[in-house]
Design a protein around this ligand. Structure first.
Ligand SMILES: [Zn+2]
Length: 143
């Protein structure tokens, strides 16, 4: 029984020890390249995966109930904090979407715009004269 408790403690310590660099590593990689996962999403994912592992370890008899409860409450708190932070960042952010929409609008404008026959400048739809050289635009005359 003493041996069992010792093994369980070591297992819990190992889980915590392994989690530390994983969390730090994800944060570090996000600093360099954050187009896949946001920091809060990564935190949420790590916490949820860790919770699942704790659950499995407990069911497999690797954790005693005391360790299980303390680990679970700790990880649940972390997961909830990450979830809240994630929701907050989603509702507050969206700068990428705004940028994408602006780029799409500009591309659509270039496609549907009227090119000047004299200088090839692409004018906004409905322009009567070229914004660059003042040449009359055929499309406006026809329309
Ligand atoms: Zn022109």
């Amino acid at each position: 029984m003493t041996l069992y408790a010792g093994v369980a403690l070591v297992a819990a310590a190992v889980v915590l020890f392994i989690l530390q660099p994983v969390v730090k590593g994800i944060h570090a990689s996000l600093d360099r390249d954050d187009d896949e996962l946001t920091e809060t999403e990564a935190r949420k994912r790590v916490a949820l995966l860790a919770l699942r592992d704790v659950e499995y370890d407990f069911l497999a008899g690797k954790l005693d109930e005391q360790d299980y409860r303390s680990l679970k409450s700790e990880l649940t708190a972390e997961a909830l904090a990450a979830l809240e932070a994630d929701e907050a960042s989603k509702s507050g952010g969206g700068s990428d979407e705004a940028l994408e929409a602006e780029i799409a609008r500009l591309r659509a404008g270039l496609k549907s715009g009227t090119p000047c026959p004299a200088c090839a400048y692409t004018n906004a739809d409905g322009s009567r004269f070229c914004s660059a050289c003042g040449h009359a635009l055929a499309a406006a005359v026809a329309g």
